[in-house]
Design a binder for this molecule. Structure first.
Ligand code: PLP
Length: 389
């Protein structure tokens, strides 16, 4: 049976054949470190929870299904997933990475991977041709699309054509759209990364990360790494993410509806000098997104007139909270320059246009009237500070 994505958030293709787990509708939490064997060679298929645990395995099957992969691995955070995949490389290997990435990935690459002898070229993959950066030692290309926080859109299939011809590993961090809106493996990527902390978990209550692949050999290499470095997700957190994913489809629909409304409203505000949302036809990535995604997501970045205004907005918001992270049921506002991108080198920030006037919204599922009401209130306050000065 081929299930639709909305259904795959709740059921596996092989579900419903028996009455496993005493008929429990909610998958049990196997809160155990180890598993007993009847005799030599007569185990249950499980040995020790660092290697595999039934709750984590159930979650991994659900996520593999959502991304059309042969295997998914669940990690204790998105960064644990990315740090593990970097173990695929050896000293001297070269990796092309997008210039506008999650700050934690930038820190990992520049402080840990470089120390381990891996070399990087930072390229604006949404604009530049990566071919010119490919060398003898190049092993992989790592991108996000749309990027964080500037929403640059890269044509996944176009990069996949190049990486396939050269035998390079193509890695896409798909956190910002979730598998509900975009499936990079279907467009030619070899490995998909998720911070499950964001849309998959969806409730701002726990951390998780995923690697998903459609390559059996790569899956075996990653399985070796996760059992060796012990970065796998705990049974309880696996259950929380399983529960979160059940509502992924309806949350994403609502979140996107709110984001579109807010983006259009922001465009009409006098203190807003720029609105960056890929679902606006004025966005340079709009057409590519229409081809490769089923939606535009819930991340809206905007620029205000001055740093004072940005700070005034952050100080006065109440219903919308000033916090890092994204992808949950609650609407959050982030100040990339001091939060997610605090450690990104100055020249990269200015090249990407990430200034002290840039604010980022992750829309939640609240009533749109309340969100617009809140923004309107804090914008009025910010405008009055302009008149005073
Ligand atoms: C949050 C995030 C990560 C890191 O995930 P954690 O779960 O916080 O470790 C990686 N990539 C993107 C795009 C993210 O937003």
């Amino acid at each position: 049976m081929r299930l639709r994505l909305e259904t795959k958030c709740l059921h596996l293709e092989e579900d419903g054949v028996g009455c496993d787990h005493s008929g429990a509708i909610s998958f049990p939490i196997y809160q155990t470190a180890t598993f007993a064997h009847k005799a030599v060679g007569e185990g249950t298929g499980y040995d020790y929870s660092r290697l595999q645990n039934p709750t984590r395995e159930q979650l991994e099957k659900i996520v593999a299904g959502l991304e059309y992969g042969v295997d998914a691995l669940a990690f204790s955070s998105g960064m644990a997933a990315i740090a593990t995949l970097m173990e695929l490389f050896h000293p001297g290997d070269h990796v092309i990475v997008d210039e506008d990435l999650y700050g934690g990935s930038v820190r990992l690459f520049s402080h840990i991977s470089e120390k381990n002898g891996i070399l990087f070229s930072r390229v604006n993959c949404s604009k530049e041709d990566i071919t010119g950066y490919i060398k003898e030692e190049t092993k992989a290309v790592f991108i996000e699309t749309p990027t964080n926080p500037m929403m640059n859109v890269t044509d996944i299939a176009a990069i996949a054509k190049i990486t396939r011809e050269r035998g390079l590993l193509f890695i896409v961090d798909n956190t910002f759209l979730s598998p509900y809106f975009q499936n990079p493996l279907e467009l030619g990527a070899n490995l998909v990364v998720h911070s499950g902390t964001k849309y998959l978990g969806g409730h701002n209550d726990t951390l998780a990360g995923f690697l998903v692949t459609n390559d059996q050999v790569l899956s075996e290499e990653l399985r070796f790494l996760i059992k060796t470095n012990g970065a796998g997700l705990s049974p309880f957190d696996s259950w929380l993410i399983l529960r979160g994913i059940k509502t992924l489809a309806i949350r994403m629909e609502r979140i996107e509806k709110n984001a579109k409304c807010i983006a259009k409203w922001l465009e009409r505000q006098e203190l807003v000098t720029k609105v960056i949302y890929p679902g606006l036809p004025s966005h340079p990535g709009y057409e590519i997104m229409q081809r490769q995604s089923r939606g535009f997501g819930g991340m809206v970045t905007f620029e205000v007139e001055s740093e004072e205004m940005a700070r005034s907005i952050l100080k006065n918001i109440k219903l919308i909270q000033f916090a890092e992270s994204l992808g949950g049921t609650e609407t959050l506002m982030t100040y990339p320059i001091t939060q997610t991108h605090a450690e990104v080198p100055e020249e990269l920030l200015s090249k990407n246009g990430i200034t002290n006037r840039i604010l980022r919204l992750s829309t939640g599922i609240e009533a749109i009237e309340d969100l617009i009401g809140e923004l309107d209130r804090v914008f009025q306050l910010a405008l009055s500070c302009r008149k005073d000065s």
